[in-house]
Design a protein around this ligand. Structure first.
Ligand code: SF4
Ligand code: SF4
Length: 97
């Protein structure tokens, strides 16, 4: 079952999409996100014990480093127009359908 959250910035044309099932809490995205948009939180239900979440979507500068660096394709950062119809799939990124 998918477990996808979408975070819409109010002041910018940015949507951050996280697939919690794919995230292994490796912290890479948090480390590369210099504005501090993301954070790791405890997730006892996950094998790894942590998972990423959006701390403040308004801080995002659309650099997309998190998406590029994530080894598990668990996070996407897109424009709102791109976001409609976008799906996340295990092991690969899918473009708009
Ligand atoms: S880099 Fe990917 S797998 Fe690692 S914490 Fe971030 S979203 Fe999760
Ligand atoms: S796109 Fe850049 S600023 Fe936005 S969450 Fe990802 S790493 Fe952070």
């Amino acid at each position: 079952m998918s477990n996808i959250t979408r975070h819409y910035a109010q002041g910018k044309d940015i949507v951050i999409i996280i697939d919690r099932n794919l995230c292994k809490g490796c912290d890479i995205c948090v480390q590369v996100c210099t504005p501090g948009t993301l954070e790791l939180v405890d997730a006892p239900d996950k094998w790894e014990g942590s998972v990423v979440q959006v701390k403040d979507v308004e801080l995002c500068n659309f650099c997309r480093l998190c998406e590029i660096q994530c080894p598990d394709f668990a996070i996407r950062v897109v424009k709102k127009a791109e976001e409609e119809g976008l799906t996340m799939a295990k092991g690969k990124k899918t473009s708009a359908e």
